[in-house]
Design a protein around this ligand. Structure first.
Ligand SMILES: *Cc1c(COP(=O)(O)O)cnc(C)c1O
Length: 357
């Protein structure tokens, strides 16, 4: 029996996509081979990469002077690739709004002066600093943000309007809201949150800004080289790219990012409304910055939280344990989580509250 999976990543995928992958697993596109067996130089696979790229461009309205790359190593590898491709003068700004933002900043510190110009750790990352009043470093190579903070459940509602190129880690929200790609120099994200199984990382970068990577940049991390080779410089994560293509086709069929965002906002609203109207459950994020993808909540009693997680699991609602840094619960409700999953969670929360209050 399939459960409702609230994991933060790897996370739930659309059932019809999983079924399609299953149906064509042994014979992909009439090749007589599985997608996991064919050469990445095979025409059939080339068509998959081209289609996935075209869909990213269409669904996010990516300008023509940007490349779309499918890379390996997860978002964490991009924490290094960002400075290695962009840190020409050796100075960059970082806004630290959570654990992944901190890791990105720490990686930046390896290659130059990474200024932490914003930091919401003073209130356990429950808000996003006001981007209009930060001290951006004049002449910085870039400003790095984490647009949705997976562990703490916050997201930017407004992006920095800075002179330096803006770089955003959008791992846990890409394709959940419309964005103006032209306002960013680079957008990147690991696929395993809202796009595909783990293994592929998407990078969208303005070509004019990536032509001069640092001398020490490993070839594999040079976005320019990856772009010149159509993401096929070496063997790509073929299965994950194929799954991303199926998920993107599915997203397009459902009306694209705008339509998906309406559903995502509705789903998150159901859960936040329920939590806000309950005296048993709490979410501590400043409402303005609440994520529509990752919703942490607590009862205020660690033993009660543990009981909640265990009983929820028995009811087919799994992976609700909060990140080890924050404890409590977290419901990750990515695009693939159906409204019925949210309703089932709320029904269970009501029942659990009545039994344990
Ligand atoms: C999950 C996540 C990462 C790390 O991704 P990996 O692919 O595991 O390296 C980085 N940033 C954000 C915002 C994430 O949610």
């Amino acid at each position: 029996m399939r459960v409702y999976n609230f994991a933060a990543g790897p996370s739930t995928l659309p059932l019809n996509v999983l079924e399609q992958a299953q149906a064509e697993f042994l014979d992909f596109a009439g090749t007589g081979m599985s997608i996991t067996e064919i050469s990445h130089r095979d025409k059939a696979f080339g068509a998959v990469v081209a289609d996935a790229e075209a869909l990213v461009r269409e669904l996010l309205n990516v300008p023509d002077d940007y490349c779309v790359l499918f890379l390996q190593g997860g978002a964490s590898t991009q924490f290094a690739a960002v400075p290695l491709n962009l840190m020409h003068t050796g100075v960059a700004d970082y806004i630290v709004t959570g654990n992944f933002a901190k890791k990105a900043w720490q990686e930046g510190c390896i290659y130059g002066t990474a200024n932490k110009i914003g930091d919401s750790s003073d209130k356990t990352y429950t808000y996003i600093p006001d981007v209009d009043t930060l001290n951006y470093t004049p002449g910085a190579d870039y400003v790095h943000i984490t647009s949705n903070n997976t562990i703490f459940g916050t997201r930017y509602t407004k992006f920095p309007e800075c002179d330096a190129p803006l770089v955003a880690d959008m791992s846990s929200e890409i394709f959940s809201r419309e964005i103006d790609v032209s306002k960013f120099a680079v957008i990147y994200g690991g696929a395993q949150k809202n796009l595909a199984p783990a293994g592929v990382t998407i990078v969208i970068a303005k070509r004019s800004l990536i032509q001069d990577p640092l001398k020490i940049c490993p070839t594999m991390l040079k976005w320019k080289v990856q772009d010149e080779n159509g993401s096929l410089y070496n063997t790509p994560p073929a299965f994950s790219i194929y799954m991303a293509d199926l998920v993107l086709k599915n997203l397009k069929a459902k009306g694209g990012v705008k339509a998906m965002n309406e559903i995502d906002v509705y789903k998150a609203g159901l859960l936040y409304d329920f939590i806000d109207n309950s005296s048993f459950y709490h979410n501590y994020v400043v409402p303005e910055y609440r994520s529509i993808m990752n919703i942490p909540f607590v009862t205020g009693n660690a033993d009660m939280d543990a009981k909640f997680i265990a009983e929820a699991k028995k009811n087919g609602l799994v992976s609700l344990k909060g990140h080890r840094l924050v404890g409590g619960m977290r419901a990750s409700i990515y695009n693939a989580m159906p409204v019925e999953g949210i309703q089932a969670l709320i029904d269970f929360m009501k029942k659990f509250e009545m039994e344990n209050k």
